[in-house]
Design a protein around this ligand. Structure first.
Ligand code: AMP
Length: 281
C-alpha cells in the first residue's frame, strides 16, 4: 500500500497506472474509519483494479467549528485498517496541500443546497462539492463510491458530475449498521453510553416508517414517526421527511418509483443522520 500526502505525486503515480491499463476506484473519506467505510473499499476492490482512499477532514464543509476541532483523527489505526482491507493507495494531504490562502467556490445546486442537511448546515454542500471536485481532479477515478448513509450528499455529487461532465461513474453503497441498528458513523465514538442508547431512536423511527408504509398514507407516517421522535428520550429531532428518492423532492403520495425516509436529530452535542428506502425503484 502506498501513502501519499502530495497531490502531484499521487496524480503522477495514478497516471502511470492508468497508462498501464488499470481502472481506478476511489473512496473519499474523512477518516476515523469503521466498517461502513471498509464496505466501500470492499465494493471498490470488486469493481476496479486499483483502489484509492482519501482521508481528509475538509474544513470548508464544517459550519460548526467545534465539530471540526473534535472530529476524530486516529491516523495510525486508519492506515492499518486500510492495509488490512487491501486498499492500494491512501491519499492523506494536509489542509495547505488542498487549499490556497484565499479560494472561493460556488456551484449552483438549486433547492438541494437549502433543504434538510443543506438548511441545517448552511454552506455544507458547497464545501463538500469543492473538495470532491478537487479530489476527482487529482485522482481522476473511473468509479467513485459513496454511502447511502449520506444520501443527499450522493444526490448532490451526482448533480455536480452531470453539470460539470466529470467522467466518473458514481456508485452508491448500502448503509452498514451496528448489530442493534444504529448506522455506523465516525461521530458515534463521541456518544456516551446513554446517548448511544438514545440515538437508536432514529433507526427505530425509520423501521417504524417502513412498517407503517405498508398501510398508511405519507401524512400519517410522518405524523406518527414525528410523534415517536418527539417523545423519544435524550434526542432533539431536526427533521423526518419522506422524499422521492429519484428526484429528491418531498412527496405527498406513494406514486413515486422509489421512496426514501430521512431523519436527523441532535443527541447531546452530536448530530446523527440516517435514512431508509421505503420503496425500491
Ligand atoms: P465520511 O468519512 O463520513 O465523510 O464518509 C465517507 C464515505 O463513507 C461517505 O460516502 C459516507 O456516505 C460513507 N459512509 C459513512 N458511514 C457509512 C455507513 N454506516 N455505511 C456505509 N457507508 C458509510
Amino acid at each position: 500500500m502506498e501513502i501519499f500526502s502530495s497531490r502531484d505525486a499521487v496524480h503522477k503515480y495514478l497516471l502511470e497506472l492508468r497508462a498501464a491499463g488499470k481502472t481506478i476506484g476511489f473512496v473519499p473519506t474523512m477518516g476515523a474509519l469503521h466498517a461502513g467505510h471498509l464496505s466501500l473499499i470492499e465494493t471498490a476492490r470488486r469493481q476496479a483494479d486499483i483502489v484509492v482512499c482519501s482521508i481528509f477532514v475538509n474544513p470548508t464543509q464544517f459550519n460548526d467549528k467545534s465539530d471540526l476541532e473534535n472530529y476524530p483523527r486516529p491516523v495510525e489505526e486508519d492506515i492499518k485498517k486500510l492495509k488490512d482491507a487491501h486498499c492500494d493507495i491512501i491519499f492523506m494531504p494536509e489542509v495547505e496541500e488542498m487549499y490556497g490562502k484565499s479560494e472561493s467556490w460556488h456551484i449552483e445546486l438549486g433547492d438541494w443546497d437549502n433543504i434538510l442537511e443543506g438548511k441545517i448546515r448552511p454552506g455544507h454542500y458547497q464545501g463538500v462539492t469543492q473538495i470532491v471536485k478537487k479530489l476527482f481532479d487529482i485522482v481522476q477515478p473511473d468509479y467513485a463510491f459513496f454511502g447511502q448513509k449520506d444520501y443527499q450528499q450522493f444526490m448532490i455529487i451526482s448533480q455536480m458530475v452531470r453539470m460539470l461532465h466529470i467522467p466518473v461513474q458514481l456508485i452508491v453503497c448500502p448503509i452498514i449498521r451496528e448489530n442493534d441498528g444504529l448506522a455506523m458513523s465516525s461521530r458515534n465514538v463521541r456518544l456516551s453510553s446513554e446517548e448511544r442508547e438514545n440515538a437508536l431512536a432514529l433507526y427505530r423511527g425509520l423501521t417504524k416508517a417502513a412498517e407503517l408504509f405498508k398501510t398508511k398514507s405519507i401524512d400519517q407516517i410522518k405524523n406518527e414517526v414525528n410523534a415517536f421522535l418527539d417523545s423519544a428520550p435524550g434526542i432533539e429531532p431536526e427533521y423526518f421527511e419522506i422524499y422521492d428518492a429519484g428526484n429528491f423532492k418531498p412527496i405527498t403520495d406513494k406514486s413515486a418509483g422509489s421512496i426514501i425516509a430521512l431523519v436527523a436529530a441532535r443527541v447531546g452535542k452530536i448530530r446523527i443522520i440516517d435514512n431508509m428506502i421505503l420503496k425500491q425503484g
